[in-house]
Design a protein around this ligand. Structure first.
Ligand SMILES: NC(=O)c1ccc[n+]([C@@H]2O[C@H](COP(=O)([O-])OP(=O)(O)OC[C@H]3O[C@@H](n4cnc5c(N)ncnc54)[C@H](OP(=O)(O)O)[C@@H]3O)[C@@H](O)[C@H]2O)c1
Length: 311
């Protein structure tokens, strides 16, 4: 029987994805009925899902085989008790490449002190020689799809990179640490700290006053992970006290970041509006189509979320 795929996201996303998904399904040998309208919910086999969708109650979808998330982050859907089928998150080559580019770009900005050059175009010949990357330790918290790729790109530029994860990992070229003792060590080394952790009860407010204290004086924090990984007040206090040199933040507790939020005007904070990386419809459609092919063939789905772990 032809599987029915409900696309539960915004109208704009549907316009971006419709053609790509159709092509990717055909290329995967799947003849599917693809629609942004549920119709009778008991006829739907798969839901391609953006957690910003109005769809919150999965109970009526009695034939559902899987929910295929369009985003890498699943914190808005992972605790949904009406969802009782496998949940796959997005691991997409385009998403990974975008994140690697954002992370390396912002690391290099701080490493090379590009801001200094931009603010010293006065005709005065002041030579400001940055150290080599090999003398600038960088730590990446989170060694998943995005963290490991970003860490390896930085290592490829000669930065000594420490990575930290929940369970022990082995990533070529990266000094991999794990667990609470590993975190202490990873923070102590970090002249530049990159947060690529998912938001879970185990990571919320991880970057609090005590952990910020463990960073070397003048350290820079880059957060393209999730806003709630950081205690905002502790971050602002450490920037004001001079313990931290700068914070470049892409994600926030409240998005869009409210116009009166102190981050906007703070001289040591750079705000980017959750653009570090975006799921790319062409490559993401191939991932979705492959998971539908697997579902139809009775093969295990890719990129499944562990609902207990929260990511
Ligand atoms: N700003 C943006 O545009 C944007 C775009 C996409 C994604 N993101 C964010 O990036 C996050 C990471 O994505 P991903 O695809 O790399 O995720 P992932 O593949 O699931 O990797 C998560 C990593 O975090 C580690 N981790 C999880 N909980 C931990 C804990 N309590 N202590 C230590 N380490 C922990 C995991 O450890 P193990 O290896 O031991 O499992 C894993 O290494 C997403 O969840 C999302 O929030 C942001």
């Amino acid at each position: 029987m032809t599987p029915k795929v409900l696309f539960a996201a915004t109208d704009t996303a549907w316009q971006e994805y419709e053609g790509h998904l159709g092509h990717a399904l055909a290329a995967a040998g799947i003849e599917a009925e693809l629609s942004p309208e549920a119709g009778p919910p008991e006829t739907v086999d798969y839901i391609v899902y953006a957690p910003s969708s109005k769809l919150k109650d999965f109970t009526p979808f009695t034939r559902l085989k899987a929910v295929l998330n369009l985003w890498a982050g699943v914190e808005h859907v992972v605790g949904n008790q009406t969802l009782r089928v496998p949940l796959a998150r997005m691991v997409d080559q385009g998403l990974t490449e975008g994140m690697v580019e954002w992370v390396t770009g912002h690391v290099l900005r701080h490493h090379l002190n590009i801001d200094h050059a931009l603010s010293h175009q006065s005709g005065e010949w002041v030579r400001h020689v940055p150290p080599l990357a090999r003398h600038r330790p960088v730590t990446v918290l989170g060694l998943g799809a995005l963290g490991a790729a970003s860490a390896q790109a930085l290592a490829g530029l000669n930065f000594p990179v420490t990575g930290w994860s929940r369970t022990p990992r082995d990533v070529a070229g990266i000094d991999c640490l794990s667990g609470p003792a590993g975190l202490e060590e990873a923070l102590a080394r970090a002249e530049i700290l990159v947060l690529l952790l998912p938001l879970t009860p185990g990571t919320e407010d991880l970057i609090n006053a005590a952990h910020i204290d463990q960073l070397p004086r003048g350290a820079v924090i880059l957060n393209p992970g999730r806003g709630r990984l950081i205690d905002d007040d502790a971050l602002l206090a450490a920037l004001d006290a001079g313990h931290l040199g700068h914070a470049t933040l892409d994600v926030f507790r409240t998005e869009p970041l409210p116009p009166d939020h102190p981050f906007w005007a703070h001289p040591k904070v750079t705000v980017t509006p959750h653009i570090a990386s975006e799921t790319r419809p062409d490559t993401a459609s191939e991932v979705i189509a492959e998971n539908i092919r697997r579902g139809e063939a009775g093969e295990p789905f890719l990129h499944l979320v562990d609902r207990d772990r929260g990511y």
